[in-house]
Design a protein around this ligand. Sequence first.
Ligand SMILES: NC(=O)c1ccc[n+]([C@@H]2O[C@H](COP(=O)([O-])OP(=O)(O)OC[C@H]3O[C@@H](n4cnc5c(N)ncnc54)[C@H](OP(=O)(O)O)[C@@H]3O)[C@@H](O)[C@H]2O)c1
Length: 293
Amino acid sequence: MKFLVTGSAGLIGSQVTKDLVLENHEVYSCYHDDKPIYGNPLQLDLTSQGKIIKTIREIKPDSIIHLAAMTNVDLCETQQELAYLINTKATEILAKQAAKLDTFFVYVSTDYVFDGKRGKYSEDDSTNPLGYYGKSKLKAEEALNELASSWCIARTSTPFGIHSNKKSFPIWIKESLEAKKEIPVLIDQFTSPTYVPNLSKMLIEIVKRQILGVIHTAGASRISRYELAILMSEKLHLDKELLKPIQTSDMTWNVQRPKDSSLDVSKATEILNEKPQTIQHSLNLLIEKILYK
Ligand SMILES: NC(=O)c1ccc[n+]([C@@H]2O[C@H](COP(=O)([O-])OP(=O)(O)OC[C@H]3O[C@@H](n4cnc5c(N)ncnc54)[C@H](OP(=O)(O)O)[C@@H]3O)[C@@H](O)[C@H]2O)c1
């Protein structure tokens, strides 16, 4: 199959393009600044609408996995016009082009479309993003419904894994504790941390089976940042006394984050062959990879 992947050098994109290349697919790896390692690199700034159209018309992919986004929550709040262009408008244009070519479109969205007042959100629950990042991603979800012909919205939560320059949460915990650094960790923010290799396999399965609609492709465990940090420290036999519990009310964020944006993954667990993994299992796999890479 011929794939076009946006955000291909990002935390999730680098794993997805690697997995696709290993399966011998033809992969066009779109990037902005960082050149991807896997697939045929294709420089594409998503703020350039004409360039998006030209690229899709030239490549004519069978499937698009759209991962690129402005993911910095604070920056999205202060630079809303840019966040709109990258997160919403570019998705609209990609979806429109995909529909013209009958290309299957997977849009990777976020748990931040929810307000986090309840947690364990299912696909049918009402959305209510707190900040502009979540709003811009939700607007893109809504555009797909109108503009794309065959699409899937795959929402995920706190992705983590190994990346050359993106430090995900468990890696930050490991490095800080190894350096004997005391670190503050939130006890009252809950998500469904998702191991990137698990997510990548779920996304690829969605494309191959052309699964339509909204699906929560996240980890199977709801856990606080603090509990996750404790688990990581115990598994690596590092000093958990260095983890200092703090509350969201102690933070000086300029934009509020959802308190509990954990996702109900029953649908993915039921229909996918690649099941959402528990945090215990995912951390074991991550640590194995760190120790034996
Ligand atoms: N990270 C999270 O906590 C999280 C949680 C839930 C959902 N998601 C969603 O998952 C997807 C992938 O996230 P990730 O964690 O892999 O993010 P990431 O590592 O920050 O990667 C985002 C990618 O978007 C690209 N990008 C940004 N601006 C661009 C532009 N103007 N033109 C073209 N590409 C541009 C970046 O390319 P350059 O680096 O080259 O600029 C980067 O490779 C996103 O859609 C995000 O909303 C993320």
